[in-house]
Design a protein around this ligand. Structure first.
Ligand SMILES: [Zn+2]
Length: 147
């Protein structure tokens, strides 16, 4: 066990040594080595920015990274004292409420969608719980909600 730890420490020292050697070389700004490494770092920037964090599948995207959000709304939706009904089929309950690009859309069970200008993202955020699942496509998400 101790032996293993010592060996690990030796490996670390070696890595450290390589790092310092590389750093020293990079101190000479005009060396081709420095140019190559900086170019590599530049290319790798995007990955470096995420690699120090959780793997993608464990990360919860912030809400502005999502294409949109939706939640089921089974009870009638009353706005300004008026019950909202689907303009095409008259349904007034069992909505899916979609929120995308600061617009809120209502989708009835029959799949009709209408823009609801009296609602916005702030309303959606106040009335939705935490995000419980993520879906790659709009259709997957609809299926998830049984629509
Ligand atoms: Zn409808």
């Amino acid at each position: 066990m101790f032996h293993r730890i010592r060996r690990r420490a030796a490996e670390l020292n070696e890595a450290e040594g390589q790092f310092f050697e590389l750093s020293a070389r990079l101190q000479q700004p005009d060396s081709p080595e420095a140019e190559r490494v900086w170019a590599e770092l530049e290319r790798g920037k995007q990955f470096a920015a995420v690699d120090d964090f959780l793997p993608p599948e464990l990360r919860v995207p912030s809400r502005d990274q999502l294409g949109g959000m939706m939640m089921p709304w089974t009870q009638p939706l009353v706005l300004d004292g008026e019950m909202v009904a689907c303009s095409e089929c008259g349904a007034y309950r069992d909505w899916l409420i979609l929120c995308t690009r600061d617009q809120v859309w209502l989708r009835c069970r029959a799949g009709h969608q209408q823009l609801e200008t009296r609602l916005d993202t702030a309303w959606y955020n106040r009335n939705s719980g935490p995000t419980v699942s993520r879906h790659a496509t709009f259709e997957d998400c609809l299926r998830h909600h049984g629509h």
